[in-house]
Design a protein around this ligand. Sequence first.
Ligand SMILES: C[S@@+](CC[C@H](N)C(=O)[O-])C[C@H]1O[C@@H](n2cnc3c(N)ncnc32)[C@H](O)[C@@H]1O
Length: 225
Amino acid sequence: MSEDPDVHTRRIARAGLDREDPTGWFEDLYSAASEGRAVVPWDRGTANPLLTEWFEASEPNGNGKTAVVIGAGTGWDAELVADRGYQTTAFDISPTAVDTAQRNHPDSQTQYVVADLLDQPADWHHAFDLVVEIYTVQALPISLQPTAVQKVGELVGPGGTLVVIASARREGQPDAEVEGPPWPLTRATIESFASAPDLRLIEVDESPSPSDPTATRWRAEFLRD
Ligand SMILES: C[S@@+](CC[C@H](N)C(=O)[O-])C[C@H]1O[C@@H](n2cnc3c(N)ncnc32)[C@H](O)[C@@H]1O
């Protein structure tokens, strides 16, 4: 495959979006990657450094606690969470992503499952002590983001923590000028995670992206009272 992975991914995404299927293209991409016909651009082969830093700074003890990793892809972030002692569920809408995660981590304690953030199992409602959302909401068109934000918040249990990591949209850039995917999140969208009942914004940081010095990323932490 000689085409740049980002360009190739956008082409696969565009085909899905043109058939008005904003989430079906993830399976197209992961299945092409599993056959060597594509590269998943966000598959770093390691946990997200901002999540690693968050664990180092917060030192949460996951023993006896539950966690869920949203849009878990090939599982690197979920493995970090499970290594910290959490009984971890990791889900993705793409069955091939879930298969790949299971194959990448054959001895894992993580439960990898196929599920849709926008139509999640009822027994996940307010069920998790730690919820990790990295780059899933921004992978959905802007029109779906308010629902996705609400669904992320619904996973957080009483006393639970939500960590959100996302690319930041350039200040003042209008929706119409954002050519996704991804559709990076505005500060207002980050703050809107706290619109859910009892979910409080504890901290939000904006830091430079390691891959693009002109771009920044959010890391935000929320707590459910
Ligand atoms: C940009 S990737 C990020 C993957 C991973 N979180 C990471 O940071 O490397 C977005 C992921 O979300 C998954 N996804 C997209 N829409 C979803 C949905 N509605 N429910 C569950 N997973 C979804 C995709 O299949 C993909 O693995």
